[in-house]
Write a protein that binds this ligand. Structure first.
Ligand SMILES: Nc1nc2c(c(=O)[nH]1)N[C@H]1C(S)=C(S)[C@@H](COP(=O)(O)OP(=O)(O)OC[C@H]3O[C@@H](n4cnc5c(=O)[nH]c(N)nc54)[C@H](O)[C@@H]3O)O[C@H]1N2
Ligand SMILES: Nc1nc2c(c(=O)[nH]1)N[C@H]1C(S)=C(S)[C@@H](COP(=O)(O)OP(=O)(O)OC[C@H]3O[C@@H](n4cnc5c(=O)[nH]c(N)nc54)[C@H](O)[C@@H]3O)O[C@H]1N2
Ligand code: SF4
Ligand SMILES: [Mo]
Length: 725
């Protein structure tokens, strides 16, 4: 027997759980949580434990593919792939300019952290600004909210010190966002300290079941509820005056703007009880060290920026920011040391600083380039038209308005996709780059530091934890696979372009240049990504379980006497939008009528990550069910497991209904990232349902980012016609 035990971190979501992998004759056979590793207490989810079956998937690509004239694919060697791509990029740039080459960066880089760095540098080197990501169809309010409100230099209060955590439209037990290290354990520890958990979610989620208070509102009413909480804090003397006087402007204007949002008004509008809203406000007022996090729920339901902004205002009104002498959340370990001070960072431009897109009205924001513009940038002829796209993501399943996505991807001269299998999106590509799977790639935790540095407070570590370790497996025998970064390096090499290391949106200013003669290995790239790190990378590599590096622990320092920055509680654009909320007829806005009587909401399953290649057999149902309240099912005459037709004003899909007693009535919860489209005949029982047939870029979009309505979406649900009747 050649059984070997190896240690690494799981990279199937951003939680990065430490795991122990059993390797039998060069194949991974078993994964369990590494109980001896710090912070996680051995936690893993079923996706982590199923990693061997993802690596061993029979349909894994063993070599890259090239599309033929007739639409079929033939294998292509890495060598030829690089040569052909370099030539085609050269021709496109010569003919159409650098802007014709675009890239989309998403979940794939969790497994391949060097990819984002080199992709960004590649675009910079050819002179193209066309770098897109999922940020503007995710939670753009996270970064834009900080621009509008200002940021707290000292950061958030660490979970282990909180006496309250309020999560609005997020489900960390499944998603890990906000509590990435064993979320259940973190919640229980907080409650043991008598800390309170408040959940606002139309569904009684796995997280809501652990909460002290759960508000179960009508989807899309988060701005109303958050404004109602501000109203109560102001009215009932719940504002931390000392904190606000020293650190913020605009309290009077904000107070006036929320006048309309009385508990009675909010309760009637959001479909909750005024007493429950009072209870939440009271808990906020009693807490000294709380935090409020916004998940994807409010963001997808339109007005995500306003919800994010109001959540930041609530944190400031309560002084829920790390104070002098407290330990800092998200200290750097693999990035250069940074300091934390108990003082504001003034607001900065949220828009108006970049060039508007060629088509439509969107523009760059702190959330990056607006994805909303990309399909039209591809489809609209003229100078600057996008002709080539490097895609790290499952666009066909994850981008709004599926039809338009397919139309745009088909219209490209060159679509290059990185993938493990021939996914629905890969089927549209000219070249599919067969990539190594995670155990075949060295692991490093730096990505989460980059993400938290950029203003996303949902990932990373409140302790100075880091991990870096070698690849555990060789790629399958006879395969010819690449790591995602290698394609950018090798194509750049052929085009004589210099590349450097740029850690996306992190504050890092050290940008080492790559040797373009001799290809580095992945570990050497990691060394460069961690240039100037607080703890030397080799020191981190010595700890095969991951480690908490005490030397990197940071305390929040005192305010700089020269600091004059103030947080803004009364951003003019946000207060204008709040006035619109107060003025409108919520029924009209919601778009419910006798035909479209349900609201569709997003919600992640524990055992699937976005469009990631799924482990065979991992899902309880092999598809993503459309969850409904059992009484709603009875009313329309369907039973669990029945096929239903879901229609929105933009499209229709078939789905399989499933009951969930924890859902609010008239709400349907359906996860994205499924469906085998482009084929409309796709069987929802086999491949699941692609929810983005129901969304449209034109539907109630945010004017700067272009993010459309992806939640609180009016739909009709009817039993699917039975064949032959
Ligand atoms: N209707 C609706 N749409 C949504 C959402 C929603 O809630 N509702 N959520 C949105 C959100 S928040 C996000 S972040 C996006 C996510 O959706 P995407 O932006 O598409 O990103 P991922 O699904 O994370 O990307 C995973 C894909 O990357 C590719 N890939 C490239 N390299 C690798 C690799 O090394 N390993 C693996 N495993 N895959 C690789 C594979 O095709 C894989 O399927 O979807 C968005 N779309
Ligand atoms: N298992 C798993 N983990 C993941 C992912 C995954 O696909 N699977 N994806 C990763 C990604 S890309 C992201 S962005 C994060 C997202 O992390 P989360 O935001 O925590 O994602 P969800 O678990 O979908 O939680 C969203 C919640 O919002 C609720 N909701 C829906 N509409 C509304 C509304 O109008 N108002 C309110 N208040 N709530 C609403 C839903 O019922 C759901 O419980 O998760 C990450 N982690
Ligand atoms: S939560 Fe699951 S998928 Fe995410 S890192 Fe941990 S084991 Fe992997
Ligand atoms: Mo996301």
């Amino acid at each position: 027997m050649t059984l070997k035990q190896a240690r690494t971190i799981c990279r199937s979501c951003n939680a990065f759980c430490p795991i122990q992998v059993t390797i039998d004759q060069a194949r991974a056979t078993r994964v369990i949580g590494n109980r001896a590793a710090p912070l996680y207490k051995g936690y893993t989810c079923p996706k982590g434990r199923a990693l061997p079956s993802v690596h061993n998937r029979p349909d894994r690509l063993k070599s890259s593919l090239k599309r033929q004239e007739d639409g079929s694919f033939i294998p292509i060697s890495s060598e030829d792939l690089v040569g052909e791509l370099a030539e085609r990029i050269r021709v496109l740039i010569d003919r159409h300019g650098p802007r014709s080459v675009a890239a989309y960066l998403s979940g794939g880089v969790i497994e391949q952290p060097a990819a984002s760095t080199l992709m960004i540098s590649f675009l910079e080197a050819i002179g193209s600004p066309m770098l897109f990501s999922a940020s503007t169809i995710d939670q753009p309010g996270m970064t834009i909210g900080y621009a509008l409100h200002g940021r707290w230099h000292g950061g958030r209060i660490r979970p282990q010190e909180r006496d309250l955590f309020m999560i609005v439209g997020g489900n960390p037990i499944n998603s890990k966002q906000y509590l990435p290290q064993n979320p259940g354990m973190q919640i229980k520890a907080m409650r043991k300290r008598r800390g309170k958990l408040i959940v606002i979610d139309p569904r009684r989620t796995e997280t809501a079941r652990l909460a002290d208070i759960h508000l179960q509102p009508i989807p899309g009413e988060d701005p109303t509820i958050l404004a109602g909480l501000v109203h109560l804090l102001v009215r009932e003397d719940g504002v931390d005056r000392a904190f606000v006087d020293t650190n913020a402007n605009g309290l009077a204007a904000l107070s006036a703007a929320v006048e309309r949002f009385t508990p009675e008004y909010v309760a009637a509008r959001a479909g909750i009880s005024a007493a429950d809203l009072h209870a939440v406000a009271k808990a906020l007022m009693q807490a000294k060290r709380g935090d409020i996090g916004l998940g994807t729920g409010p963001s997808m339901a339109t007005r995500g920026l306003l919800s994010s902004y109001l959540a930041l205002c609530l944190n400031t009104l309560r002084g829920f920011w790390a104070g002098e002498g407290q330990q800092a959340m998200h200290p750097s370990v693999l990035l250069p040391e940074r300091e934390f001070r108990a003082q504001p960072i003034a607001p900065y431009p949220a828009w108006g600083f970049g060039k508007k897109m060629r088509v439509g009205n969107c523009e760059p924001t702190p959330a990056g380039m607006p994805l909303a513009a990309l399909p039209d940038e591809i489809l609209t002829p003229g100078a600057g038209q996008v002709k080539a796209l490097f895609l790290h993501g499952g666009a066909v399943q994850s981008w709004p308005q599926h039809d338009k996505t397919v139309e745009a991807l088909r219209a490209l001269d060159l679509l290059v996709i990185h993938d493990l299998v021939l996914s629905p999106t890969a089927k549209l590509a000219d070249y599919v780059i067969a990539t190594k799977a995670q155990f075949e790639i060295p692991a490093i935790s730096v990505l989460n530091e980059i993400i938290s540095n950029s203003g996303h407070s949902g990932y990373g570590w409140a302790e100075p934890f880091a991990y870096c370790g070698p690849a555990l497996l060789e790629p399958p025998e006879g395969s010819d696979l690449l790591e995602a970064w290698q394609i950018y390096y090798r194509v750049a090499q052929r085009l004589n372009l210099p590349l450097k290391i740029t850690n996306w949106r992190s504050a890092q200013k050290v940008e080492p240049e790559l040797d373009m003669q001799h290809e580095p290995n992945t570990s050497q790239i990691y060394d460069m990504m961690c240039a100037g790190s607080a703890i030397p990378l080799d020191e981190v590599r010595r700890h095969s379980y991951g480690h908490v590096f005490e030397a990197a622990r940071k305390q929040v320092l005192s305010r700089d006497p020269a600091c004059t920055a103030r947080l803004d509680l009364a951003n003019a654009d946000m207060l204008r939008e709040l006035a619109n909320v107060a003025r409108e007829d919520p029924e009209v806005r919601r778009g419910i009528d006798t035909e479209f009587a349900f609201l569709l909401i997003p919600g992640r399953l524990q055992n699937a990550t976005n469009t990631f290649a799924k482990a065979p057999g991992i899902l309880k149902w092999s598809y993503n069910p459309a969850f409904m309240h059992p009484r709603d099912m009875a009313e329309i005459g369907v039973s669990p497991g029945d096929e239903v037709l879901i229609r929105s004003r933009h499209g229709q899909v078939r789905a399989i209904a499933e009951k969930d007693e924890g859902l609010r009535r008239k709400v349907v919860s359906l996860m994205h990232g499924f469906g085998s489209s482009p084929s409309p005949q796709a069987d929802p029982r086999i491949d699941g349902t692609n929810v983005n047939h129901l969304t449209s870029w034109q539907d109630d979009f945010e004017e700067h980012t272009g993010m459309p309505r992806m939640g609180a979406l009016p739909i009709s649900v009817t039993p699917a016609a039975v064949a032959g009747t």
